[in-house]
Design a protein around this ligand. Sequence first.
Ligand SMILES: Nc1nc2c(ncn2[C@@H]2O[C@H](COP(=O)(O)OP(=O)(O)OP(=O)(O)O)[C@@H](O)[C@H]2O)c(=O)[nH]1
Length: 156
Amino acid sequence: MVDSEPILFEILDTCPKNDEELPLNDVYNWADALVLVFAITDRRSFNYVRRVKQTMLDTFEMPVALVANKADMVHLRQVSTEEGEILAKDFECCFTEVAAAEQVGQIAEVFLEVCREVLSVRRKNKQSLLDRMLGGKTAVVKAYARGKSDSALPKD
Ligand SMILES: Nc1nc2c(ncn2[C@@H]2O[C@H](COP(=O)(O)OP(=O)(O)OP(=O)(O)O)[C@@H](O)[C@H]2O)c(=O)[nH]1
């Protein structure tokens, strides 16, 4: 349940076999949102998510969440929290450091947040479509109502 609304999540793990293998366009066309996960103990994974986001930029627009995993392994840290925050600013997305092995609640929170964004984008798109379809008519109705403002009719 997301804010009292039942939601069915379909999650695709792209499982790249190496650093060169980027997600195919089919993946972006299918997805409603992207959760980019790297490990704080692995700089290559950080560079990888940066490359993924950069290659999809301008072509595919969707809510994105940047997640730094293995936050419990601070002794092996290769990527600082600040670097994650800066990258998220660059991506204009949210950023969370988690330890998936310890706190499943943090992961759920990321997915909830992403889902809220997806629903909000959908609502806005629906609204703007309605606005475009009804825009002209609404303007006419308003003009008519204003024209009658001296009468006993309510303005709206
Ligand atoms: N300490 C620690 N280990 C973790 C954490 N999350 C995952 N791991 C471990 O990291 C290893 C890789 O986890 P996976 O879930 O296979 O990660 P993956 O990114 O799907 O890896 P691939 O299968 O190579 O795609 C496993 O041994 C996990 O137990 C974490 O938050 N902390």
